[in-house]
Write a protein of this length. Structure first.
Length: 168
């Protein structure tokens, strides 16, 4: 003869009797569940963020940082022209408050020409790799024609040296 028991197994009443003594209120449980859900949401967003900002396949990112050569402070409102190897303008950007400007470009070689009314122009050659981001730091010298003055000084010193050579 078999008997069927209805109700909890023996000893489980002791566990059930202890639950009220935990003194866990519903508001405490809701707070814990809310905190866990919030943390999981933030972690999920952080995991997805790098993929969201990654350049598309076949393209790479380029960040130009424009600073003053003497003070190393950011130069805002500088014009940044990104040129193809044949000197065709691909895109033009303005540096922001922190001296930065960014662009997404196809993989390949580019020239970066940076100009500002209070500084001399600078040119750099860069190579953009697919799926990667690179940063180039461009230091501008004070004065509209600062590089021209330096070139003039160097050429003048060279000419003076040649004159002295032929005089002797």
């Amino acid at each position: 003869m078999t008997t069927t028991e209805t109700g909890p197994p023996p000893g489980s009443w002791a566990v059930l009797r202890r639950l009220p003594s935990l003194k866990m209120r519903l508001s405490g449980v809701q707070t814990a569940v809310g905190l866990i859900a919030g943390v999981l949401s933030i972690l999920g967003a952080l995991q997805a963020t790098p993929n969201y900002f990654a350049p598309a396949v076949g393209q790479g990112g380029l960040v130009a940082v424009v600073v003053d050569a003497k003070t190393d402070k950011a130069v805002s409102e500088a014009t940044i022209e990104i040129l193809a190897p044949n000197n065709a303008i691909v895109t033009t950007r303005k540096s922001g408050y922190f001296g930065k400007a960014s662009a997404t470009l196809a993989e390949g070689e580019y020239r970066i020409r940076v100009s500002h009314p209070q500084y001399g122009a600078e040119v750099r050659t860069v190579y953009v790799l697919s799926g990667q981001s690179g940063e180039v730091r461009i230091r501008l010298r004070s004065g509209v024609a600062a590089p021209l003055r330096e070139a003039e000084r160097v050429i003048g010193a060279g000419v003076d040296a040649v004159k002295r050579l032929f005089r002797d």
